[in-house]
Design a protein around this ligand. Structure first.
Ligand code: CO
Length: 436
């Protein structure tokens, strides 16, 4: 076997192991009974440790250094090798103990968050989050950064992105977004009452499966399930899992959730299967990943053309609820701009204020300017300030999103970036494809 073949074999083995962990993670958020939590945390932590041994093996490092000098590699092979070398050097900065401790802490935090959200009690989550933040701060130092410790975390999700970039971007966005939202708020509010009737769960589920089909989701290579927080995960391009959730009194929750995750899934299902394990079979960044989900959710799923196509099927599912409605009414209801509490139900415009709040919380945490105990107050004050609304409880406030419990800090800005990328991709496509 030549060096490149050996490298491919080693990387495929690493992927085998990390996808096996992903199956356990998927199960944890979908079907695992509550009693399974402590052992599952252990299992995931052990797998993370073994995975760390493989990705930091001296033999892999040597192989990569030889391949780096190999003049016979083509452009794609070279690209793969350089990316893996970068990942290898990064992984070397971690110890096995640290990786296992992080994995265990993340599982514990996830379980605590789940309970805290159910009871709307920040105090249940706070001690776990504190421990997690200590580890994350350590991680920033291990990884290194030029200006701001938070840069090390942003870089994990969007390579090269810095705190300064995000700040500058949001300053620009606020300049146009604040007056735009104000001018809309000054006009009479469109009604979205049509979406807030009673829509039985099983019919919503059927409609979500219909949507996945029309958008091109491949059920041979994927499936959909229910979870508290919709997400997409994959075990290679040929097995991509999406989840959705159903609120019987808000049709748009399931619809936008399904379309959003379908966008992520289409990206994963479209990655080259033959490159299994190699960087060329993986997403280039989370911002780009999010550009695909946001493109389908906003640019397609909130368009009149889309609803003209889908309304007949929707009406078939809910003939009573929609007997006096039209595609135009659904389109209008899907586009109501109104500041709200829950990020994932946010409209296209006020959505970015949700991201700004999370960015400011995270930045303050990593500058040691904010204590975990004070996050709810900080959060509520920002919501009042940016969105003009009062947060009634922590479940609908700082406990609403799962990300911090996953240890995902520096992740939220990719949501806004993804939306901005999507808008540009879609504008370009519109220019090039007549009658898109
Ligand atoms: Co997403």
């Amino acid at each position: 076997m030549n060096n490149y073949e050996e490298y491919k074999t080693q990387l495929a083995r690493i992927s085998d192991l990390s996808y096996a962990g992903a199956v356990l993670g998927w199960d944890q958020e979908t079907y695992m009974p509550a009693g399974g939590a402590p052992l599952r945390s252990r299992q995931l932590s052990t797998l993370a440790g073994i995975n760390h041994d493989l990705v930091t093996a001296e033999s892999l490092g040597k192989l990569l250094e030889e391949l780096e000098k190999d003049a016979t590699l083509d452009k794609k092979q070279k690209g793969n090798v350089l990316q893996t070398l970068k990942d290898y050097r990064k992984a070397k900065k971690y110890t096995r103990e640290f990786v296992e401790e992080m994995s265990l802490t993340v599982s514990e935090s996830f379980n605590a968050w789940h309970e805290a959200k159910k009871k709307s009690d920040w105090k249940i989550f706070a001690p776990k989050l504190k421990k997690l933040l200590e580890l994350k701060r350590k991680e920033c130092e291990m990884l290194g950064y030029k200006e701001h410790p938070y840069d090390a975390l942003l870089d994990q999700h969007e390579p090269g992105l810095t705190t300064k970039d995000v700040e500058e971007l949001f300053i620009e966005v606020r300049k146009s977004l604040v007056p735009f939202v104000k001018s809309i708020s000054a006009k009479p509010l469109h009604s979205n009452a049509v979406l807030h009737q009673h829509f039985p769960k099983d019919k919503q589920w059927d409609f979500s499966i219909h949507l996945l089909n029309v958008l091109g989701f491949n059920f041979e290579n994927g499936r959909q399930d229910l979870s508290v927080h919709p997400f997409t995960t994959n075990f290679g391009a040929t097995d991509v899992r999406v989840t959705t959730r159903v609120d019987e009194h808000n049709l748009s929750d399931c619809v936008t959730g399904t379309i959003h995750e379908c966008g992520h899934a289409l990206y994963e299902q479209g990655l080259p299967e033959a490159d299994y394990g190699l960087p060329s079979s993986e997403a280039v960044s989370l911002g780009i990943h999010e550009s695909q989900s946001r493109l389908w959710e906003n640019n397609v799923g909130r368009s009149l053309e889309f609803w003209k196509g889908q309304f007949p099927e929707l009406k078939k599912m809910f003939p009573e609820q929609l007997k006096n409605s039209s595609a135009e009414e659904i389109f209008s209801a899907m586009n109501v701009v109104q500041p709200s509490l829950i990020r994932i139900n946010g409209d296209e415009l006020t959505y970015h204020f949700h991201i700004m709040v999370r960015f400011e919380v995270e930045k303050a945490l990593f500058e040691n300017k904010l204590e975990v105990e004070n996050i709810p107050a900080f959060w509520n004050e920002r919501y009042k300030n940016y969105l003009g609304i009062d947060v009634p409880n922590d479940a609908e406030g700082c406990l609403q999103d799962v990300h911090w419990s996953h240890g995902s800090f520096g992740y939220f800005p990719t949501y806004s970036l993804g939306s901005f990328y999507a808008a540009q991709f879609f504008a370009k496509a519109k220019g090039e494809i007549p009658n898109l």
